[in-house]
Write a protein that binds this ligand. Sequence first.
Ligand code: SAM
Length: 202
Amino acid sequence: MVSTQIEARGVADARVLRAMREVPRDRFVPEAQRAYAYEDRPLSIGHGQTISQPYIVARMSELARVKPGDVVLEVGTGSGYQAAVLAHMGAKVFSIEIIEPLADRAKAILSELGYAERVRVRHGDGYAGWPEHAPFDAIVVTAAPPKIPEPLKQQLKVGGRLVIPVGKHFQSLLTVTRTKDGFREESVIPVRFVPMTGKAQE
Ligand code: SAM
C-alpha cells in the first residue's frame, strides 16, 4: 500500500510513511471489509460514512506538517484511523465525531491499539472546534463543509495549518496557514469527501 499507492504519488515525509506502514488499517474497518483494507479506495464504516482512501490520509497528514509534541484537532473521527496516524507521528490528538456510535467504536479500537493516551475522542459537532484545547498546531478536517468554518481558523496557532476539503458538488482540498497578519489559503487537489453535517449545513 505504502510504496505503490502513497510513495509513488509523491508523499515523501518519513514520519507519514512510517505511520502508514505501522498503523494497522485493517483494525479500523468493519470485519466484512477487512480483506480490502489495504486497497486504494475509501471503504464503508457504516452509518453512511467511510474511512478515507489511504493516499488521502497520507497526503493530509503530510500537508498538516505534524511534528512530535504538536497538538492537533481532527474533525470527523470516523473509524479513528486518521487520528491514529497523526498520533503515530507524535501528535496529541483531539478528535470530534458527530455520529455517536462511530465515536464510541473509534474510542474502543484506539484504546485496544494503545492510543488512548494520545487521542481523545468526543461525540459532537466539530464545526465549533474544541476551544478548551485550542490553539492547535494543525487541524485536519475529514468531512466537507460548503465554506471554511471560521471557529476552526480562529483555533489555529500562528504558523499552524488547517487542512480541509471545501465545497458542495466540487470540492477542493485546501490548506489555510495562520500568519502573523492573517491567513494564507492554498488549493491543493480536487477531492470527494462526505459532507460536513450539523451547523455547517445551516
Ligand atoms: N477520519 C476518518 C477516518 O480516518 O476514518 C474518516 C472520516 S469520514 C470521511 C468523515 C466523518 O466526519 C464521518 O464519520 C462523519 O460522521 C463525520 N462528520 C461529518 N460532519 C461532522 C461534524 N460536523 N462534526 C464532526 N464529525 C462530522
